[in-house]
Design a protein around this ligand. Structure first.
Ligand SMILES: [Zn+2]
Length: 282
């Protein structure tokens, strides 16, 4: 019974909950608790799937082979995918970033190479800004961005990129991507990853607003929306989320009570599969 419930819960959390959560647009006005809620749902889905087989062990005493077999299939499928996607996302992204960082260091104009603050300037006309996270992190700007952005907007852009680096948003996204890909394609919701990316941008925009205010941040965003940032980097803009982010810049944050409810929801969602597993063994 609990094994079946856990398998159904995994399905619900991986396939149904994200589609519903993506429709709650006000979630975006509280990017931090929203990110915690998204992480919690994807983590809970994986926990539920992994717990299905252990929860089915008691069935073996009553020769419930079919239930155990199905639960074991769910668990092994998700476990296999989890290990595989963890390996792929981890090594693939890191290698891409290391190559990219080397390139940036080689290509950056020599007089900018001495900038102590990890900022690199590329000789390119398209206004673009992005960061390369990791131990030797870089904020990359193009000469086009320096030319197009007045000083205050440039400050907003750098504050945005620094927020990505400081908050290790790359790890957040990596962790979520691994969980996301451990669920088979027909079940998982494509909205989840898109929404988490948007929330991470909204979080960095908050930092830019604290430095430069909403109007300057919005102007900088508009300028950079014309640019294109490479894969495996966290861009300041130009990733197709600009319109949604502009709306968020103008919106009021949600009340602390709503944030608290979102954190509670996240906690409850993770507690649910763990409780079911515990009950199955009682
Ligand atoms: Zn960004």
């Amino acid at each position: 019974m609990f094994a079946v419930l856990l398998a159904l819960l995994a399905l619900l959390l991986a396939g149904v909950a994200p589609r519903l959560m993506a429709r709650l647009v006000w979630f975006r006005r509280a990017p931090r608790p929203a990110l915690v809620a998204w992480q919690a749902v994807s983590l809970a889905a994986v926990i539920a799937a992994l717990a299905a087989a252990p929860a089915a062990v008691p069935y073996l005493r009553e020769r419930g082979w079919l239930v155990f077999g199905m639960a074991a299939a769910v668990t092994l499928l998700v476990l296999g995918r989890l290990l595989l996607s963890g390996h792929r996302v981890g090594t693939g992204l890191r290698a891409a970033r290391a190559r990219h960082r080397e390139l940036v260091d080689i290509l950056a104009a020599p007089d900018d190479g001495g900038r102590a603050d990890g900022i690199r300037v590329l000789a390119h006309a398209t206004p673009t800004a992005y960061c390369l996270p990791g131990r030797r992190s870089r904020v990359v700007l193009t000469q086009g961005a320096l030319a197009a952005l007045p000083a205050d907007e440039l400050d907003a852009v750098i504050a945005h990129e620094r927020a990505h680096l400081r908050g290790r948003h790359d790890l957040l996204l990596e962790y979520f991507t691994v969980l996301h890909h451990s669920v088979p394609d027909p079940v998982r919701s494509p909205e989840a990853l898109r929404e988490v990316r948007l929330l991470i941008e909204a979080l960095a925009d908050r930092a830019a607003i604290r430095t430069s205010g909403p109007v300057t941040t919005a102007r900088a965003l508009m300028t950079l929306a014309r640019g294109q940032a490479p894969e495996a980097s966290l861009a300041a803009a130009g990733d197709g989320t600009t319109a949604a982010r502009m709306r968020l810049l103008a919106s009021e944050p949600v009340s602390p009570l709503v944030s608290a409810v979102m954190y509670l929801y996240a906690g409850a969602v993770v507690a649910l599969p763990l409780t079911l597993l515990w009950l199955s063994w009682r």
